[in-house]
Design a protein around this ligand. Structure first.
Ligand code: PLP
Length: 458
């Protein structure tokens, strides 16, 4: 069946979807009762559904389409690579040109201390790799008890067993007997929700120092690493106070713990620098990446490793019994290389820092004055609106968490905008190529959706 030339009517697509497709992060029963929305094409920052509606994609897919849709440079690079070498692996002493070129390119773009790359197929696989890598690193350094990884409640690091265990989502842990052993969680630096009357800077320090207490509790000789997203994305765009990351770094260095920055969302320009660690002023030892690495055109992830960790591995780690059939898939590497060239040539991190990010921030703050919005926070092109019935007291809605967020999300769709909700927070993370006039459109549609939501709930 040619789904491009002969698109069946929406109801047929929905029936077939309901008959055979189990969706990720979805209550399939309620989706099937309602019928899925079918997205059929995309260009720039816009999507079209099977009913012909044009929708501004305020989420860049799943925080990943940094260079926007329809980039022929990437499509042609993949086509050429597919013709030349559609697949080969990098196991057992082989390599291929796109893997070699991409590892070099990532090492050039990554912060100074990070210079070796291990490829995976996704962000989750990158984080699984990180768990095995840091444990293997410490074992090969003669410290096999250094195994525990400290993460944070409400973090998101993927959906595999190790990724979901590193994550701090209680609903995910409740399914499937997670977390796996030797992963613990401390509190997140979420000032709006948990900071009470504290000054944000003081709160940031207090939450960072929970790491020190956790290391004391576990014993320094048992702790391998600390992992965190520079900004927690799926947890609700939790932007930490400026004091947080430098203090985390101080503790990791003083206590001989590896520092892992999960840059799967923040990497490749999202925060106005190439990487979130540069925006928040710290230097990780390991950096899982995915999403913006290929702008989602093909699946690829990686772990970028510091010279110190790589040296330990190379010199006395022996064989690392780990890898994926699609580690460094040639077509995905070609997509990533073409994507990175666009980000570099169009200076997208600089554009976010000095132009569109500033413009969006100004407009976003204006949305913060809406009666339904308790806080409007933003960093580069990633932001959240906290919906609140009483903004002066940062109060939450009495209805089950997420009810008001769902209403607002649906009104966004009706208004031609994709905004995601996390509980009762509304989230944006648009393509980095968004223009000022498209920002105006995003803000106007978000405002309309907030008015419609206010009319429903007040
Ligand atoms: N890490 C972070 C910070 C993420 O946001 C995500 C996905 O949203 C992942 C890891 C998992 O990536 P993937 O869905 O590609 O497995």
């Amino acid at each position: 069946m040619d789904y491009i030339a002969n698109l069946p009517p929406t109801h047929v697509l929905q029936e077939k979807d309901a008959a055979h497709h189990l969706h990720p992060f979805t209550d399939t029963k309620s989706l099937n009762a309602k019928g899925t929305r079918v997205i059929t094409r995309a260009e720039g920052v816009y999507l079209w559904d099977s009913e012909g509606h044009k929708i501004l994609d305020g989420m860049a897919g799943l925080w990943c389409v940094n260079v926007g849709y329809g980039r022929t440079e990437i499509i042609e690079a993949v086509h050429r690579q597919m013709q030349q070498l559609p697949y080969y692996n990098t196991f057992f002493q082989t390599s291929h040109p796109p893997a070699i070129a991409l590892a070099g390119k990532i090492a050039q773009l990554a912060p100074d201390q990070l210079d070796h790359v291990f490829f995976a197929g996704s962000g989750s696989e990158a984080n699984d790799t990180v768990v095995r890598m840091v444990r293997h690193y410490w074992a090969s350094e003669g410290k096999p008890t250094k195994k525990t990884i400290i993460s944070r409640h409400n973090a998101y690091h993927g959906s595999t067993m190790a990724g979901a265990s590193l994550g701090g989502m209680s609903a995910m842990h409740a399914q499937g007997g997670l977390p796996i052993p030797d992963i613990t969680h401390i509190n997140q630096p979420y000032w709006y929700g948990e900071g009470g009357d504290m000054d944000p800077a003081e709160f940031g320090l207090m939450r960072a120092r929970e790491l020190e207490a956790e290391i004391d509790r576990l014993g320094e000789d048992n702790v391998a690493a600390f992992i965190g997203e520079p900004i927690q994305g799926a947890g609700g765009v939790v932007i930490p106070p400026k004091t947080y990351w430098p203090e985390i770094q101080r503790i990791c260095r003083e206590r001989n713990i590896l520092l892992i920055a999960d840059e799967v969302i923040c990497g490749f320009g999202r925060t106005g620098n190439w990487f979130g660690s540069q925006t928040f002023n710290f230097k990780p030892d390991l950096m899982p990446i995915a999403k913006g690495l290929s702008s989602g055109y093909l699946p690829i992830g990686a772990v970028v490793v510091s010279e110190k960790v790589a040296k330990g591995f190379i010199e006395h780690g022996g064989e690392f019994y780990h890898g994926f059939t699609y580690s460094a898939h040639p077509a995905a590497c070609a997509a990533a290389l073409a994507n990175l060239e666009i980000i570099e040539n169009e200076r997208l991190p600089e554009r976010v820092a000095n132009d569109t990010g500033l413009y969006l921030a100004e407009k976003w703050k204006m949305l913060g004055e809406h009666p339904l919005v308790g806080e409007a926070r933003i960093c580069g092109l990633v932001g959240a609106l906290e919906l609140s019935p009483d903004k002066a007291h940062r109060a939450s809605f009495e209805a089950e968490r997420g009810t008001v967020g769902t209403i607002c999300r649906d009104h966004c769709f009706e208004s031609g905008l994709v905004m995601r909700h996390v509980g009762d927070s509304m989230i944006i993370s648009p393509p980095l190529v968004i223009t000022r006039s498209e920002v105006d459109e995003l803000i106007e549609k978000a405002h309309r959706a907030l008015d419609m939501t206010a009319a429903d709930v007040t």
